[in-house]
Design a protein around this ligand. Structure first.
Ligand SMILES: C[S@@+](CC[C@H](N)C(=O)[O-])C[C@H]1O[C@@H](n2cnc3c(N)ncnc32)[C@H](O)[C@@H]1O
Length: 188
């Protein structure tokens, strides 16, 4: 555990229990490939990870990272919006990760938006197997604003309690809009 216990570290820790060798997973926002690499490692040699990003730069960074780690064979990289997820993924998945916002080190104006994030989350839930989990890392404030966070939180609040368990964690004593780790577990 790092000194800061960053949101991705916290989420990966939680997600480990939900991924087994050979599983299929989705990284809905590949960015620089940190989550894609994690999912590829967890899914093992015969696992499969679909990774989406709308920016060529992100897909290139992710590809390079996976190549360096010797993991590229496990991933299908898609330069396209996650709101088209169902066009690309036709199998049940164990884990789906959304790390919203902008590409670290990239253009802050190119970021996820509620109008595409919500359809993507809905589609992801359709693909999730029983016992699987969707992870949302939600940011707000600063360049990001509050619209996407509010829309996502309102949506998950309304999910059927018989079918879904929704856990919203918080960095409770941190100031200035700390990130929100959310987990949506499919119960049946
Ligand atoms: C916070 S970054 C992701 C960080 C990444 N998970 C990592 O490990 O480095 C958010 C990414 O979402 C991408 N993005 C924005 N809109 C998108 C969309 N509609 N579909 C897929 N990716 C999108 C951005 O280009 C950006 O790279």
């Amino acid at each position: 555990m790092g000194k800061q216990y960053q949101i991705t570290e916290f989420c990966h820790h939680f997600l480990k229990d939900y991924i087994q060798e050979n599983d299929c997973c989705i990284d809905a926002t590949a960015g620089n490939g940190n989550d894609t690499e994690f999912l590829c490692r967890m899914a093992g040699e015969y696992g499969k990870v679909y990774a989406f990003d709308i920016q060529e730069e992100a897909v290139t960074n992710t590809r390079r990272r996976l190549e360096q780690a010797g993991l590229s064979e496990r991933a299908v990289l898609i330069c396209g919006g996650h709101e088209r997820m169902l066009e690309y993924v036709r199998e049940e998945v164990a884990v789906i990760v959304f790390n919203f916002g902008y590409l670290p080190g990239g253009d802050h104006r190119i970021a996820t938006r509620a109008e595409t994030s919500l359809p993507a989350v809905r589609q992801g839930l359709e693909l999730l197997k029983v016992g699987g989990v969707m992870n949302l890392c939600i940011y707000s404030g600063g360049d990001t604003g509050y619209e996407e966070r509010d829309a996502l939180l309102a949506f998950v609040k309304g999910l059927d309690t018989k079918k879904w368990l929704v856990i919203v964690s918080s960095y409770y004593n941190r100031k200035n809009d700390p990130p929100l780790p959310v987990f949506i577990i499919r119960l049946r």
